[in-house]
Design a protein around this ligand. Structure first.
Ligand code: ADE
Ligand code: ZN
Length: 337
């Protein structure tokens, strides 16, 4: 740290890789509010006096999230949303983003409707790549508390559209809903389709939830996974297996899982040899950005540009994309593949 005890500022133009970002969670509140007005949809009191999203705790967050998603009704809404999200992420230095897409919000799990929504999202991604250079890949995501049967529908949507753009499958939502094994069919289906696998675990449930995701679903990456810190043997297992954690410290602080960045286990996990990456999760809900996360972590742990560069390289190596794309991203981070 410098004499003032303030860490050196992190170069805002540093290229960043983000692996854990929910499309709807990156929706600007004004975008959702305007659409609600146009469509005459009553989404209840999800905004505060400043116009941002209002909620307290995880259950209220999920409620506000679902309410906001009610206004996203047509492929064109998702095309415009994707455009807005990628433009904002590119302005934050993101050069590669894996974005969670939920068929639940894009036609309810119906395959034909999903294809139409996905085509619109893909069109926006191609335009953003041409315009801003940001590369997007999609992770089709089931919502756990909607149950195993719906997860099977979502996995079929993922498997049927797997390819250069849809490269992953995951599960989000309330991780305490249902036993992991009830969702095995969905993960098996996605694995057979060649998709990379990730699961939200170890956020609102403890180490046993992370173990179940590893044992039942054989995921390469865990969304959050931070509560693995409560079990030393599990931390050693993650480090040994090279499992990648998509940590989102600002999300955990905003939702009250940890009281501050300084109390967050990301630095301890990294010191224990776990492959750690950094993302924003739902940046517009949590009023964060990747640059804000880096600044907060630099202040909390004294991390420097070299730390963030190493974390971005780790993220690029863990990306669910083809080798040529991965090499392209690594070269933009200035390292040979
Ligand atoms: N969906 C969007 N954000 C989420 C989070 N932080 N945890 C679980 N599900 C989510
Ligand atoms: Zn998430």
């Amino acid at each position: 740290m410098r004499a003032s005890d303030e860490p050196a500022p992190i170069d805002p133009s540093m290229p960043r890789v983000e692996l854990h970002l929910h499309l709807e969670g990156a929706a600007p509140p004004a975008f959702i509010r305007d659409l609600a007005q146009q469509r005459h949809v009553d989404i209840g009191g999800i905004f505060d006096a400043d116009g941002g999203y209002a909620f307290r705790g995880f259950a209220a967050f999920l409620g506000a999230y679902d309410a906001a998603c009610q206004v996203l009704q047509r492929p064109e809404d998702f095309r415009r949303l994707t455009e807005a999200v990628l433009e904002a992420r590119a302005a934050d230095g993101v050069i590669y983003a894996e974005i969670f897409l939920s068929p639940d919000f894009c036609g309810g799990g119906d395959l034909a409707a999903w294809r139409e929504h996905l085509a619109a999202i893909h069109e926006a991604a191609a335009a953003a790549e041409a315009r801003e250079g940001i590369v997007m890949r999609a992770i089709v995501t089931a919502i756990r508390h909607r149950g195993p049967a719906q997860t099977r529908r979502v996995a079929l949507c993922a498997a049927e559209t797997a390819g250069d753009f849809v490269t992953g499958f995951g599960i989000a939502g309330d991780e305490s809903a249902g036993a992991a094994r009830e969702f095995n069919w969905g993960f098996d289906c996605a694995r057979e389709a060649g998709l990379g696998l990730t699961a939200h675990a170890g956020e609102w449930a403890g180490p046993e939830s992370v173990r179940a995701a590893l044992d039942e679903w054989r995921v390469a990456r865990i969304g959050h996974g931070v509560r693995a810190i409560e079990d030393r043997a599990l931390v050693a297992r993650l480090a040994e297996a090279g499992t990648v954690l998509e940590t989102c410290p600002g999300s955990n602080v905003a939702l009250g899982l940890y009281q501050s960045f300084a109390a967050h286990p990301v630095a301890r996990l990294r010191e224990a040899g776990v492959r750690v990456t950094l993302s924003t999760d739902d940046p517009l809900f949590f009023r964060t950005s990747l640059s804000a996360e880096y600044d907060a972590l630099a202040r909390a742990f004294g991390w420097t540009e070299a730390d963030f560069r190493a974390i971005n390289i780790e993220a690029a190596r863990a990306a669910f994309c083809d080798r040529a794309t991965q090499e392209r991203i690594l070269s933009r981070l200035e390292v040979p593949a």
